[in-house]
Design a binder for this molecule. Sequence first.
Ligand code: PLP
Length: 391
Amino acid sequence: ILNLGAGPSSLPTSVLLQSAQDLLDYKGTGIGLCELSHRSGTFKQILDSAESDLRSLLSIPEDYAVLFTQGGGTEQFSATALNLLAYDAARHGRAPGTLDYAVTGSWSSKAIKEGERMGGRVKAVTDSKKRDGKFGRIAPIEEWELSPASECAMLYYCDNETVDGVEFPSPGLPIHQLPDDYRKNVPIVADCSSNILSRPIDVAAHSLIFFGAQKNVGPPGVTILIARKSLLARHPDESIPFGGPRIPTTLVYKNLADNSSLYNTPPMFSIHVSGLVFRHLIEQGGVKGAEQRSSEKAQLVYSTIDESKGFYEGTTSATSRSRMNVTFRIKGGDDGLEGKFVEFCKERGIEQVKGHRSVGGIRASLYNAISVDDAKRLVEAMREFCGQHSG
Ligand code: PLP
């Protein structure tokens, strides 16, 4: 089976086999991985090696902490807003500033709504759907309406919009194009849940990068944060005199860091499997290798779309096409034909290509565990189907 699901998604077979073994008996201890104490030296080694491999894969500077937590990307929609509001209030000794969001797809839309629910004053610095009636093109930064840097608590963006198939073109948000005072003073927060480790990212230009594991990294359950240590220096309770919220203890970034991700019981299995994936990726040429493969896979599928003379139609503009989630319609959005395509793929062992329920159409996800040969298999099916139904 070739699983092109958008997440949870495929994992490398060797990693799955190893993790099944470890679940039964971790390294000959006679105790299964999830039966160990999370305070044991054995688990500490698992945590340390996952962290150190991730640090080497993404060249994470020393002044950044790597934190393992739970709650998924969705919980980070609240946690980012709460922590950054509190940090901003404590840093400037005033009420919290505005939360700037680049709304480029379904996930950043959810994030801004949650920022508002948390009591933040939010601003959409760009909103593709308001502008174009749909999510499909990221506007250039010069068109964004940023808040004044001195009044802004964070700039939030989603590097790859999983539902809509929209991604910032390589190498990601062009941070150098932000005005100087904004770039230097406003903490930048990125949701990289669906494209982390598929290309390098300039960690030092961000205050916080977060991602749920279940796409490019590992099984669902663990959410990983890469946080600038200065962001962790203050406890958010300091912001209370300025009307800041009281943040649940498990969401306080400083608390996670002070307890080395072990404030409460961590998702041990997901962390371990993520660690195995990091090791596997290092052996496969690291992030550079993943970047090359990702480009090649995306190129194969997009060129099949472009060469189909309108039979397949990409839903995103050429400059914002995602390398991870290729979204397209068939014959102008013919639901019946799209249903047939999903069945046609299934008969060939290609699963989970139906588009997200909110947007319809087809979505093929080409995460790191999908090989170039797998992408070729999809392309063959697309060509054959087009041959049978075009005209
Ligand atoms: N952000 C992005 C880009 C996602 O793709 C997803 C899930 O698919 C989320 C956030 C939400 O993640 P979770 O379901 O782990 O809360």
